[in-house]
Design a binder for this molecule. Structure first.
Ligand code: NAD
Length: 276
């Protein structure tokens, strides 16, 4: 039987670290969150963030993105310079014309909680401690929990984005795994995924990974969250892999809660570094 993994227990352990970090800090960390009010999924996500942050003692200050890219750039710069804030979170998609790295540069490395500022990305690439993209970090923690030692493990990542696949590949290499990264132009996806002990899928394509893509006993980490008429689904075709995969992470309660916890951990780290 295939086990379905939820991330609540792992997220709970990170929450304990966050609470300890806030106690040491002696005040609530403050983070601005920029959203697009016209995007219903973004507003729903932001309201779940607000609830989760309040339980941990983190203050989130929500604001809407300015309409024009020029004004949005000024807004990001101002928030980056605001001494009352420890961190700035920019929900995606960003206003058109602003790339994630530009947003991170405007906000500045100290308040970057997405790990996308070149300084934080560079620290990750060089194997030094820094703030890492929360989703990739969440996957790394879940894989550690599910697979144990990764030394020599074959891990295939489906999806090469800058917030998930690429930083995760770096983290897994640092754990001595053998890592393959696939993307939309990969010629024979199943050829790569079938070799893997662990398949991480972050393509955003419902039903992409089925029984023909995996070996017996494979661990499947499904990062994707796709809205369908039937509700939220991931990349893994659950009916197809049932009985063949050893574990599949739940969508959205697998990687999702761990990601939120990792993001808040970055907020607390930013506040601790700010030393206010
Ligand atoms: P993205 O669109 O930036 O990247 C998708 C990647 O998948 C690209 O590298 C693309 O080449 C690859 N891809 C697309 N179709 C493919 C196919 N048919 N075969 C192989 N590779 C394919 O997406 P992203 O921002 O990295 O997000 C990916 C998914 O993860 C989305 O569904 C998103 O909602 C979800 N997500 C979940 C969490 C979470 O906390 N669980 C956090 C962030 C993103």
């Amino acid at each position: 039987m295939t086990r379905i993994f939820t991330g609540h227990a792992l997220a709970g352990r990170i929450h304990n670290d966050i609470r300890e970090g806030i106690t040491r800090l002696g005040r609530a960390p403050r983070c601005a969150v920029l959203i697009d009010e016209a995007s219903a999924p973004m507003v729903a996500y932001a309201s779940r963030q607000r609830e989760a942050a309040a339980k941990l003692g983190i203050e989130l200050a929500f604001a809407s993105y300015e309409r024009s890219p020029e004004l949005a750039r000024d807004q990001l710069r101002r928030l980056g310079e605001d001494p009352r804030l420890d961190a700035v979170m920019t929900l995606y998609p960003l206003p058109s014309g602003i790339a994630p790295v530009e947003a991170a540069l405007l906000v500045g490395t100290d308040k970057d909680v997405d790990g996308l500022h070149p300084e934080n990305a560079g620290l990750l690439a060089l194997g030094a401690p820094g703030r890492t993209p929360a989703t990739a970090h969440a996957c790394r923690l879940a894989i550690g929990e599910l697979a144990g030692s990764l030394r020599g493990a074959e891990i295939t990542i489906v999806g090469a984005s800058r917030i998930v696949g690429r930083p995760l590949a770096t983290m897994l290499l640092d754990a001595d795994a053998t890592v393959t990264v696939c993307h939309v132009a990969t010629r024979d996806l199943a050829d790569h995924t079938r070799r893997a002990d662990v398949v991480v899928s972050a393509a955003g394509v419902a039903g992409l990974i089925g029984a023909a893509h995996i070996r017996d006993g494979a661990i499947l980490v499904d990062v994707s969250i796709i809205r369908t008429e039937a509700g939220l689904v991931g990349d893994v075709d659950l009916a197809s892999v049932e009985g063949k995969a050893s574990v599949v992470t739940h969508v959205p309660d697998g990687i999702g809660p761990i990601t939120t916890a990792c993001l808040f951990e970055n907020v607390v780290a930013a506040a601790a570094q700010a030393g206010r």
